[in-house]
Design a protein around this ligand. Sequence first.
Ligand code: ADP
Length: 663
Amino acid sequence: MFRKLLIANRGEIACRVIATARRMGIATIAVYSEADAGARHAELADEAWPIGPAPARQSYLDIARILDAAKRAGAEAVHPGYGFLSENADFAARCAEAGLVFVGPPVEAIRAMGSKAESKALMARAGVPLVPGYHGEDQHPALLAAEAGRIGFPVLIKASAGGGGKGMRVVERAEEFAAALEGARREAKAAFGDDRVLVEKYLTRPRHIEIQVFADSQGNTISLFERDCSIQRRHQKVVEEAPAPGMDPARRAAMGEAACAAARAVGYVGAGTVEFIAEGDAFYFMEMNTRLQVEHPVTEMVTGLDLVEWQLRVAAGEALPTTAPQLRGHAIEVRLYAEDPARSFLPATGMLTHLRQPAEQPGAVRVDTGVRQGDRITPFYDPMIAKLIVWGEDRAAAVRRLSAALAEYEVAGLRTNLALLRNIAAHPAFAAAELDTGFIARHGAGLLATPAPEARLLLAAAALFVLRDQQAAIAAAAASSGDPWSPWATPDAWRLNGEGYQDLFFRLGEGEPTRLRSVPLGEGAYRLELPGDAAVAKLEPLAEGFRLSLDGITRRLGLLRRGAEITIILDGANHLVVQEDPLAPPAREAAGSDRVTAPVPGRVTRVLVQVGEEVSRNAPLLVIEAMKTEFTLRAPMDGVVAAVRARLDEMVEEGAELVSFAG
Ligand code: ADP
């Protein structure tokens, strides 16, 4: 076994690999970009080497710098994680040239599976079922259109070199084919430097079911069963589970066999995933990912195996265990992303000002993450915050545990998909395992809603939190003054005559501010004049968070304050209450819409207008790329471009003014 392993990755997967390596007594070397100085993965490793600036191209994708770090640190092997260089055949080849073991499949296997089109041709020859389609070399638009007609609409155009859902277009009708082809090609060219595409039948209500395979260099290839990854947004996975609901042993065996045949056809060694799209009883090969998948933990939970351990063992030349793997219980993973589901999953960036993760329970609740409270989600990399994986005796038990664990999550500082995940976990259609790739789109609005707890509860929590802060401030001032026992220093609105009270004003949502009169009752309790009725309320700190008692009912909640904004985290959902100062001047009018600002921090990839150009409302102005996604900024009005403040390839901050107009 290797003594020293370099992990050519970052974030949760780097941390994940480090954990197994450590358990196996293998020393770990992390690499980190300037944006990741002090990141969790760099801190966990035995050594951490800087490899360049924040943009991935200059650090995590820079083969020379990574190999240089590996050589200088004395690594014997390199684990590429997923993403970045994990499916880069050149990287694997150059590791070998440098005398390093690449923890992954042979270079030829990566190459063979690297192109969706070529791998499909290969699979057809190996007898693996394919979605009806065209994946030939001839890329003439007329030929592609004719093939689309032959396949029958709707069809899906996919970038042959594709990944991450880029360069994909659904085409419903023949008339739309030419334009869609052009769009897919442009996107593919920009993302992969290769505009070849394939065309296949678009299945309207499919499931994504993939098989985890493992092969050793002795010629053994096994299936570690399936994962169902049907719950997706924009063709990207959000929820994954194992086993796939409704999978019967015969079908599992057939899919496992097809996946092993696919792996054998390319001389596969190591961990790999063969992705199938399934509809009814039929299943078709989509692609093979020649690396460890994001969602590998669900397979680990149901098999009890450590896939990273087996990757390392196989890479070191060991044979797979001869005992047949067993499937036990049910596991579900959800991906917590910094993004805004209400704004078409726009990635979010910023600091995780508050982060409380569910308590881990060995074998039952697992959190894989690369960040801690106070860390930043930057525009340079994938916006995933963490993966939550749960296990249960059966699917129903796993779903219950998922909901319970999600309720423990508290995240503040940036927008996340936490409410979406909670709503999926609680959805009757999810409980009934009615899964297909259209799940999120179909259940739409219902999945985006956040529960609205009683206004009384939120107002009481906010008021008591503000009063607590006041008390602490007054107590601190009194302690540092000459007379700590002065009645004036007692922070309880005590008056010389009569009942003392204090009025606080809060705004909840869009409505008018609510006046809330509070009367101290001693020992931290207050009488609060809440909407509806007055109540006795009390807020007590816990080791983590607070306990609020209101109307005799106690609840745990998280409370955070930033200026006048108080965030109340209840059952994993964030609610904002703003403290108003009735004497403050009215807020300045919001900036007019005669300018366009960056919705996310990112890199400008296209500038489509010039100063002086006349544009109509909704005309595309600029394209920004952030976190693997492109955002087209459009004109808010008809007008003349007065200024363009962004250059091609420039990194822009969120909120930066990019284009302004003369009306
Ligand atoms: P990428 O590599 O870009 O992620 P994939 O080929 O893995 O693209 O496909 C991603 C997702 O797109 C699948 O999980 C599925 O939801 C959807 N998809 C792919 N092919 C088809 C198809 N023929 N019909 C319907 N949906 C498809």
